[in-house]
Design a protein around this ligand. Structure first.
Ligand code: SAM
Ligand code: CA
Length: 246
């Protein structure tokens, strides 16, 4: 009962300031997918999405609406040199590769090559594999190496971070040097399955609970960083865009 009252109070607070939660139901989300996303999803992305759906870890994939969002964002900012940390079977990677010009580049990192190679034939068939430089292994040492060489500083237009949440702040410390002023870093899953607002005693899956502390920490640190402007969007599982300003 107390929880219900709390929910009503929260809803009331939203309404007072004229806000409405946009996605009130699964049906509304389905409506977005069916009216706006699936009809315009490029054939290779559809193929990769369907292949990934059969994989046991499919919960990790970027959703189709977020893929469409990333593709649009990259075109809007005219991104050419990009990075992705956390590839899995490559749905967001393909969304990126399709958005970049023919001489665009993506430095893509993942500790698991096998999953990347599941999706690779589709990426090759789409004619965009030449834009991808895939590195197998943990991303942090690669970033350290890049940061050590000043000529890499300020060279990336866009960086998508979608890997180990307990390292996001470690990534941020390095990525802020590598992204150009005016460039964008996107941190994915910043609403962490809605758990960021779950009550202390909510029954959360173990991994959700473990990583939540790190997501909270990131969500506190980014707004306090004067080198970036930020915007947290409720797309997918939440994405926080950070535009470097200094
Ligand atoms: N962006 C992907 C997509 O669109 O399907 C989803 C990425 S999935 C949520 C997270 C990925 O991060 C996994 O494939 C995992 O192997 C990778 N990963 C975990 N720790 C990592 C690390 N330290 N360095 C690089 N990749 C890592
Ligand atoms: Ca994600």
């Amino acid at each position: 009962m107390a929880a219900n009252n709390d929910q009503q109070n929260q809803a009331g607070r939203h309404q007072e300031v004229g806000h409405k939660s946009l996605l009130q139901s699964d049906a509304l989300y389905q409506y977005i997918l069916e009216t706006s996303v699936y009809p315009r999803e490029p054939e290779p992305m559809k193929e990769l999405r369907e292949l990934t759906a059969k994989h046991p870890w499919n919960i990790m994939t970027t959703s189709a609406d977020e893929g469409q969002f990333l593709n649009m964002l990259l075109k809007l900012i005219n991104a050419k040199n990009t990075m992705e940390i956390g590839v899995y079977t490559g749905y967001s990677l393909l969304a990126t590769a399709l958005a970049l010009p023919d001489d665009g580049k993506i430095l893509a990192m993942d500790v698991n090559r096998e999953n990347y190679e599941l999706g690779l034939p589709i990426i090759q068939k789409a004619g965009v594999a030449h834009k991808i430089d895939f590195r197998e292994g943990p991303a942090l040492p690669v970033l350290d190496e890049m940061v050590a060489d000043e000529k890499n500083h300020g060279t990336f237009d866009f960086i998508f971070v979608d890997a180990d949440k307990d390292n996001y702040l470690n990534y941020h410390k390095r990525l802020i040097d590598l992204v150009k002023v005016g460039g964008v870093i996107g941190y994915d899953n910043t609403l962490w399955n809605g758990s960021v607002v779950a009550p202390a005693d909510a029954p959360l899956r173990k991994y959700v609970k473990y990583y939540r502390d790190f997501v909270w920490e990131l969500n506190k640190a980014l707004p306090a960083d004067p080198r970036i402007e930020i915007c947290m969007l409720p797309v997918g599982d939440g994405i926080t865009l950070c535009r470097r300003i200094q």
